[in-house]
Design a protein around this ligand. Structure first.
Ligand SMILES: C[S@@+](CC[C@H](N)C(=O)[O-])C[C@H]1O[C@@H](n2cnc3c(N)ncnc32)[C@H](O)[C@@H]1O
Length: 297
């Protein structure tokens, strides 16, 4: 595991443990309202590290965000993130959003990467049509080349969620579920609201955005050195990709300011075990659902 690289254990466990299980079955997992509290050593390290990356470098990172993610996929092809088979277990909307049994569910995977969420979902539920977009052209090419890609069931397209209008590819108010899985953390905090506004337009009234991402004080946050800090809870990896670590309050404010209603917004605390290295590390994720208000009669 690289100390300052992207984190392939997002949402799954390191080493011998397999993918994220629902907390009910997992003694090492807790869900709740509070994030992990830091120990004294960890606290000192966090308090001592103000933003040190220059304004010039910060602007360059923002300008090159797309290029840096595209290079990430050039280096790693489809081999970096593990398939995310936990999404239907964690988000019952992915199964139960239907008004009648054989209704086709339309989903949008915003920031789909190479399809680690998308393809398990399409395999599990044959009655889904999925839109999938990402701003890395290479990632979208990998999605389209995947043997499970079927243009009858899936439309993958290039889109920078902070500036390209989703309505160019997806009809207004046509989507039953939007997933934002480890995507918003890669966006500059000043632009996150643009992603939520974009997604709002294609979501049907009364339907949800399903969110899972890094939570405050996650192990990945504590591994960053002071020189990698861009701002409050915001860091840059060696490869130029960035990671924001969410508090529940910040996320709720962001969604509510865009017009969504909160349904669930809670931390998921896990201990993940790397048997080979004899390490047990505390992971913190934020898992949430926000709803576009139903149409009023
Ligand atoms: C950590 S990866 C997660 C990919 C995928 N959701 C998954 O769960 O495997 C973050 C993804 O967000 C994409 N991304 C970051 N900023 C974006 C933006 N402004 N518009 C569209 N995609 C973006 C990156 O290209 C990358 O594929």
């Amino acid at each position: 595991m690289s100390l300052s690289g992207n984190d392939k254990t997002e949402g799954s466990s390191i080493g011998s443990q397999s993918a994220m299980s629902s907390c009910g079955e997992d003694p090492l997992c807790e869900k709740g309202q509070a994030t992990r509290l830091l120990g004294p050593g960890e606290l000192a390290k966090q308090n001592g590290s103000g933003p040190v990356v220059s304004a010039f470098k910060q602007a360059k990172l923002e300008k090159e965000a797309q290029k840096n993610w595209d290079l990430f996929y050039k280096r790693n092809s489809t081999n970096f993130f593990r398939d995310r088979h936990w999404t239907t277990r964690e988000f019952e909307e992915l199964r139960s959003s239907r008004e009648f049994d054989d209704q086709k569910l339309t989903i949008l995977e915003a920031g789909c990467g190479v399809g680690n969420c998308l393809f398990p979902l399409l395999e599990e539920d044959l009655n889904i049509f999925a839109y999938a977009c990402d701003f890395s052209p290479r990632a979208i090419e990998y999605v389209k080349q995947n043997p499970l890609y079927d243009a009858e069931r899936c439309k993958a397209f290039h889109c920078d969620l902070t500036q390209d209008d989703l309505l160019e590819h997806v009809p207004a108010a046509s989507v039953d579920v939007v997933t934002l899985i480890f995507v918003l953390s890669a966006v500059h905090p000043d632009k996150m609201h643009l992603v939520l506004q974009n997604v709002y337009k294609v979501l049907k009234p009364g339907k949800c955005v399903l969110f899972r991402d890094y939570g405050l004080n996650d192990h990945a946050m504590l591994r960053f050195k002071a020189g990698n800090k861009l701002g409050e809870n915001f860091y840059v990896r060696q490869d130029g990709t960035r990671a924001y670590f969410f508090t529940d309050g910040f996320l709720a404010q962001l969604f509510k300011a865009t017009g969504y209603e909160e349904v669930v917004n809670e931390y998921v605390l896990r201990e993940t075990v790397n048997k080979k290295e004899g390490l047990c590390v505390p992971r913190v994720f934020l898992q949430s659902k926000f709803r576009k208000p139903p149409r009023t009669p």
